[in-house]
Design a protein. Structure first.
Length: 154
């Protein structure tokens, strides 16, 4: 007696779809990424430093292949917003150097996380040069992923 819910192999599924007239999906399709988003969500200088290294190394990687690097955006969310705080960032100088070497890199800070931190600390948080606010860091990250951007967690 055969199992009525027998597992179907990928090959069997593709063959069945083709037999029914549906186009078979490309099995070895290569994703076309439109950009790279790096998320920083921890207040850890080591992790923040990785984000800077990743960004610089990605730019160098594409340059070494004679290619222009796709857009790169570093998004600071939650406790990671300290990376882009002019009053607290442990990495202001490396970030300034990164922006000088790769001016197309975008720094985005979560406005919601900033507002929460400002309320808790009773201060106005200044941003480092070149940083901008986005309404929600996690929303920005997901929005970019939905547009085909590759995701790197710092």
């Amino acid at each position: 007696m055969s199992d009525p819910v027998a597992p179907v192999s990928r090959r069997g599924l593709l063959a069945g779809a083709t037999a029914l007239g549906a186009p078979a999906p490309a099995v070895a399709a290569v994703a076309q990424h439109r950009g790279i988003v790096v998320l920083i969500d921890r207040n850890d200088p080591h992790v923040m430093g990785h984000a800077i290294s990743y960004t610089a190394n990605l730019s160098r990687h594409f340059a070494s292949k004679g290619q222009v690097a796709p857009p790169i955006e570093v998004v600071a969310n939650g406790q990671g917003i300290d990376l882009f705080r002019a009053d607290k960032s442990p990495l202001k100088e490396p970030l300034a150097t990164l922006r000088q070497m790769f001016p197309g890199v975008v720094f985005s800070m979560c406005a919601s996380s900033k507002a929460i931190a400002e309320s808790k600390e009773n201060v106005t948080i200044p941003l480092i040069d070149g940083a901008r606010l986005v309404p929600f860091g996690i929303g920005r990250m997901v929005e970019l992923q939905m547009k085909g951007w590759a995701y790197v967690h710092g």
